[in-house]
Design a protein around this ligand. Structure first.
Ligand code: GDP
Ligand code: ZN
Length: 446
């Protein structure tokens, strides 16, 4: 492995901001001797925990704690890494970081440690993204599947596909290079069968990755419903025991317009259209515009109704403004007051009582079905839209290859393009732009 040592040493507070029992400063670079000497005053045994006093320029003690030294290449970044575990107060942490900077380090950019790990082949790109996804995970299921990707489960699937693509390409290239080997030769080597098998494998990876994307990004649901039909009651009832995190983000000055609940580990982002009323208040209008933009990106609309009243003109007006392709699920609530039977009617109607809980299981199942969720699956690895996009484009190249079976040059070219496209996922050939976009979304210290 060739290590890419960056000329500069980076340092950051690796623990979350605020106060905590312990705070960690992380330093990475090609030569940390000046920092170790200046801060600690003695050499550190690799991978040992040293109790040390962290010293300031004038010899006074800033803090005391543990120092750990991981010489490259056996470290997270592949460079030499120093970790200082001090007391987790913001002032102490800032002083320690400032001391590292005074001794020659510079402040790390967001994701820069992970980026160096990627550039030193400690992680591939899908694994590096999984670091961020693990930190950002909004449910246990999302965290577990992020760890799976971090562990390389997703990358292995992609690498297997790429290897088989390479084998098939070699076969085709050989046929091109030796014209005496002709199409019959390819037929005999079952090139078509192998292409079909590749397509089937790619489809399976896409299905799993779609589940992983759902766990990461969740589903955006627009909630339509008049005051008092039972929106809050339904949200609380649906969240039930899976209510790992419930957030209320004030979208306008007067109304909460977003909520997050979990169903089976899948995050559902609920946009409450109760806030979408006619108004002359400028601040509220801005909020409403923002809400409509969110609605345009929604995956599903949930129309909550009072069973006794059904669809009101206000609901109709909002329904009319929704994107025509947006699926709508009608939820008739308060059936305890009308005596209707709980459960699903057809594809798009559910009868429930948020109060008694009847019909809610059917509603959950229906929602997850509409989201495309196939149930918590041990094999699911986390994935992003970027990955799905690459898999879909690779699948198109394989389809094109299938059509070009009798034009060998074209066949070979489509296989090559499929391989290059799949390599985007693990970052084999990735542009600086893409890396910039991916790592800038990390938090600092990662
Ligand atoms: P929201 O304004 O749409 O959020 O409605 P709320 O959830 O605040 O509920 C309005 C009122 O309807 C409250 O008094 C709830 O207790 C009541 N409610 C909600 N769901 C049901 C239900 O299924 N049956 C009955 N009988 N009352 C309900
Ligand atoms: Zn409410």
């Amino acid at each position: 492995m060739t290590l890419l040592y960056h000329p500069d040493t980076i340092a950051a507070i690796a623990t979350a901001p605020g106060r905590g029992g312990v705070g960690v400063i992380r330093v990475s670079g090609q030569d940390l001797s000046a920092i170790v000497a200046g801060l600690i005053g003695r050499a550190l045994t690799p991978r040992h925990a040293h109790f040390a006093k962290f010293k300031d320029e004038d010899g006074s003690v800033i803090d005391e704690g543990l120092a750990l030294y991981f010489p490259g290449p056996n470290s997270f970044t592949g460079e030499h890494v120093l970790e200082l575990q001090g007391h987790g107060g913001p002032v102490v942490m800032r002083m320690l970081l400032a001391r590292c900077v005074a001794l020659g380090a510079r402040h790390a950019e967001p994701g820069e440690f992970t980026k160096r790990a990627f550039l030193n082949s400690k992680l591939d790109l899908a694994q590096a993204e999984a670091v961020a996804d693990l930190i950002d995970a909004q449910s246990e299921a999302a965290a577990r599947s992020a760890l799976k990707s971090l562990d390389g489960a997703f990358s292995r699937e992609i690498n297997t596909l790429v290897e088989e693509l390479i084998n098939l390409r070699m076969l085709v290239e050989a046929t091109i290079d030796f014209p005496e080997e002709d199409i019959d030769f390819l037929e005999a080597a079952n090139a078509r069968g192998r292409l079909n098998e590749l397509q089937a494998q790619l489809a399976r990876v896409l299905a799993t990755a779609s589940q992983g994307r759902l766990l990461r990004e969740g589903m955006h649901v627009v909630l339509i419903g008049q005051p008092n039909v039972g929106k809050s009651s339904l949200m609380n009832a649906l969240a039930g025991e899976e209510i790992a995190i419930v957030t209320d983000i004030a979208g306008t000055t007067r109304d909460t317009v977003r909520e997050l609940i979990q169903l089976d580990g899948v995050p559902l982002h609920i946009i409450d259209t109760a806030g979408l009323r006619e108004t002359t208040d400028t601040v509220e209008q801005i909020g409403i515009e923002r809400t409509w933009r969110a609605v345009d990106k929604a995956d599903l609309a949930l129309l909550l109704l009072d069973s006794r009243e059904g669809v009101t003109p206000h609901d109709e007006a909002i329904l009319e403004r929704l994107p025509p392709a947006l699926p709508v699920l009608r939820v008739f609530n308060k059936i305890d007051l009308t005596g209707e039977t709980a459960g699903v009617v057809g594809e798009t109607e559910v009868h429930v009582s948020a109060q008694s809980g009847s019909g809610l299981d059917e509603l959950r199942t229906r929602l997850l079905h509409m989201a495309g969720w196939h149930g918590a699956n041990e094999g699911v690895f986390i994935a992003r839209e970027r990955h799905l996009d690459a898999i879909r484009r690779a699948a198109e190249h394989l389809i094109n290859a299938g059509h070009a079976f009798h034009a060998l040059e074209l066949f070979a070219e489509e296989l090559r393009l499929a391989q290059v496209t799949l390599n985007e996922i693990t970052g084999e050939f990735s542009s600086d732009d893409l890396l910039g976009v991916i790592f800038s979304r990390f938090c600092i210290g990662k």
